[in-house]
Design a protein around this ligand. Structure first.
Ligand SMILES: CC(C)(COP(=O)(O)OP(=O)(O)OC[C@H]1O[C@@H](n2cnc3c(N)ncnc32)[C@H](O)[C@@H]1OP(=O)(O)O)[C@@H](O)C(=O)NCCC(=O)NCCS
Length: 137
């Protein structure tokens, strides 16, 4: 919960909104109730990546039908220096179940991030690229 404000700031950053399925600005009270539901949801894990103790990004993992769907955001102040590639790959390597990700067409950085984490492009539907990686081991 101590990360609530930084997560909301990143969520409402214009680039993050553009990359999200829901592009609307999120209000603080809605964010707080979303975060408290998230923290109590056994099928959802929310990670904050830190560099020297400073929060630089977040990855969410949602479990459904045997697959973890990953989504990610990097702090606008920490972009363009490999944070997303590293944090998503670290989490992907910790998950032995299959993983997937949805990336909007044109989000070239995130397509590279998904591939770097071992996911492969499967198909495109309605402007969304679907990436998938089978179970490890
Ligand atoms: C997309 C986002 C996560 C990238 O984070 P980042 O830490 O800057 O990414 P990285 O530095 O790890 O770079 C990832 C790849 O994208 C490329 N890249 C980075 N910035 C880029 C830019 N402005 N234009 C084109 N490519 C870019 C990098 O070169 C790298 O690929 P490469 O190493 O194969 O060359 C970040 O910009 C962000 O949070 N955006 C808003 C939210 C979002 O898009 N979330 C993803 C939804 S699926």
């Amino acid at each position: 919960m101590k990360d609530a404000d930084i997560l909301l700031e990143w969520r409402n950053d214009p680039e993050t909104r553009k990359a999200s399925h829901n592009t609307a600005e999120v209000q603080r009270n809605d964010h707080i109730s979303w975060l408290s539901r998230t923290l109590g949801n056994p099928d959802r894990r929310l990670y904050v990546a830190e560099e020297n103790g400073d929060p630089v990004g977040t990855v969410r993992a949602d479990f459904s039908d045997g697959v973890w769907e990953l989504s990610w955001t990097v702090s606008p102040r920490a972009r363009g220096r490999g944070v997303a590639k590293r944090m998503v790959a670290v989490l992907a390597n910790e998950i032995s179940d299959p993983i997937r990700a949805e990336v909007k067409t044109g989000n070239i950085s995130s397509a590279r991030i998904a591939e770097h984490a071992g996911m492969v492009f499967e198909r495109e539907t309605d402007g969304v690229l679907h990436y998938m990686r089978a179970a490890l081991g």
